[in-house]
Ligand binder design. Structure first.
Ligand SMILES: [Zn+2]
Length: 57
């Protein structure tokens, strides 16, 4: 089983990407990810803690 971490670039906090668990402070979202060859891995999508998702465009 493969786990890939997706972290925001230049975020204010250090994200914990050392484990396959979603135990980072940002509460990452776990998504199944189909990989080449048909095996299923996991995508851990980290959230930025600087509020960029909530910023107006
Ligand atoms: Zn994180």
């Amino acid at each position: 089983m493969t786990t890939l971490h997706v972290t925001p670039l230049g975020d204010q906090v250090d994200h914990d990407t050392s484990t396959a668990e979603a135990d980072c402070v940002c509460g990452p979202e776990t998504r199944p990810a189909l990989q080449a060859g048909g095996s299923v891995g996991w995508l851990l999508v980290h959230h930025s803690l600087d509020g960029r998702e909530h910023a107006s465009p």
